[in-house]
Design a protein around this ligand. Structure first.
Ligand code: ZN
Length: 461
């Protein structure tokens, strides 16, 4: 049995069912789960480790619902800096085709370290290229060393250029190979139990890189094993044009046709969805991974998140791949979600005060998307909130910092409104991953050296 006591917490944001924000409280952890939250006098006085969090705010660990870790190797590539999605992809596919298994391991550690330092405790990653012998196993093994929970999406591409798809034929695989490997990964790694560290997700990449048959067969396989389904959907106007031309449907109607609708499915982006499609998501439980920085970076558009929230769609947050963000800072992403929703509201009339102006996303709504929302999208009820029985996944920020000066009337809002901070403490399943602002599980200078070399080799070719 291992125990950890966090005492003298200045402010604890629980995100529990009552959305309680507790002042001057303590939290007791046993074997990776929260045992109790409350006054120090009600909790055990000692533990294997005791941390004094005077002057700190504590939040539930943030949940990242969409990423491509490997893209940390190709950030700010000059030829892809000023491109929209399709041109950006066509520039980067040949570079990514040079990746090795070791590159997957290095980039996984880099992305997860960045995420941990920004408050993330659970990340979903979407790996959809497997060149030169690379496997999803490389990512899963590297992630285990960092210590964050991982929802590893077995991505895939089967529709190459010669069949009318976007990617070159050299980076697509056959449907049979993809399905066999997907089944192997589920049987080897998928753990659906409470406190699970690894879950497998089946994730054909996008309508313009995957055959209809692979979409259908992936859904059948996922449901046979009870794993989730994930893909990019309705990201750009180009994709909408492609779907209309290739399949005779808008992207969401295409998903209906291939049986990709339900509470075991979540879509990255969903920028170009209309009111009927949003209502379908709400009625059927389809989740959305909102990736505001990427949508701005690639000029994709503004996802109608406030309408989704109003109608009850499960919305989570994602940083998206590091070549279209180009950061893995999840707390910064929550801030971007709040700001872009307000820009969207402004464009539809909120800049005129008075009756009927659309509501502005609040700091607490942005935090909710990044915590409870992400948990709902991933289909988990053991993370996203701080309460007895839940996973001990949380982060803490020292409030006494220049960036928060003048904002401590509301430290919760400060975390979202003020300049996004790196966290001082990050705990996953009761294990300290970040202590005093430093990774405990990764030698960052050593990792950086490896990462620089790998990135230079990939991009220079
Ligand atoms: Zn993506």
């Amino acid at each position: 049995m291992s125990t950890l006591l966090l005492k003298n917490i200045e402010l604890l944001v629980t995100m529990d069912d009552r959305r309680r924000e507790l002042h001057h409280t303590s939290l007791y952890i046993q074997d990776g789960f929260i045992q109790a939250i409350g006054d120090a006098s009600e909790l055990p006085a000692t533990a294997d480790e005791v941390l004094d969090l005077s002057g700190h705010s504590v939040f539930p660990g943030l949940i990242n619902t969409h990423h491509h870790f490997y893209q940390t190797l190709t950030r700010a590539v000059p030829a892809a800096q000023d491109a929209n999605l399709f041109n950006w992809l066509k520039t980067l596919y040949p570079i990514w085709a040079r990746m090795t298994p070791e590159d997957i391991r290095i980039s996984t550690k880099t992305a997860l370290s960045e995420l941990a330092l920004s408050g993330c405790t659970t990340a979903s990653d979407h790996l959809y290229l497997f060149p030169n012998g690379a496997k999803l196993d490389d990512e899963i093994e590297a992630a285990a060393g960092v210590g964050l929970r991982l929802h590893a999406s077995r991505g895939s591409m089967s529709l190459g250029e010669s069949q009318g798809g976007l990617p070159p034929d050299s980076v697509v695989d056959s449907e049979d190979e993809i399905l066999a490997d997907s089944q192997r990964l589920i049987e080897t790694y998928h753990d659906p139990s409470p406190g699970s560290m690894v879950q497998i997700v089946l994730a054909p990449c996008s309508p313009f890189s995957v055959t209809t048959e692979l979409m259908r067969q992936s859904a059948v396989l996922a449901r046979e094993y009870g794993v989730h389904l994930h893909t990019h959907l309705a990201e750009t106007a180009d994709e909408e044009d492609f779907c209309l031309q290739m399949f005779g449907h808008r992207p969401v109607a295409y998903m209906q046709e291939v049986d990709w609708i339900g509470d075991d499915v979540w879509f990255a982006h969903s920028v170009h969805v209309n009111s009927d499609e949003i209502q379908l998501y709400a009625d059927t439980g389809c989740g959305v991974a909102h990736c505001p920085s990427s949508n701005m970076r690639l000029a994709s558009g503004i996802a109608p998140i406030m309408e989704m929230l109003t109608r009850g769609v499960n919305v989570g947050l994602g940083v998206d791949g590091s070549a279209s963000n180009d950061s893995s800072h999840l707390l910064a992403e929550a801030r971007q979600a709040m700001l872009i929703a307000r820009l969207g509201a402004g464009l539809s009339g909120a800049s005129r005060s008075g009756e009927g102006a659309p509501p502005l996303m609040t700091a607490r709504q942005a935090l909710e998307i990044a915590t409870r929302g992400g948990a709902a999208v991933l289909g988990r009820d053991d993370i996203g909130t701080l309460a007895a029985g839940k996973c001990a996944d949380l982060f803490a920020i020292d409030l006494n910092r220049l960036d928060y000066a003048g904002a401590l009337h509301d430290p919760v809002a400060a975390a979202l409104f003020c300049s996004p901070q790196k966290v001082d403490l990050n705990i996953v399943g009761g294990k300290v991953i970040v202590r005093e602002g430093q990774m405990t599980t990764v030698d960052v200078p050593d990792l950086l050296q490896q990462h620089h070399q790998a990135a230079a080799r990939l991009v220079e070719g």
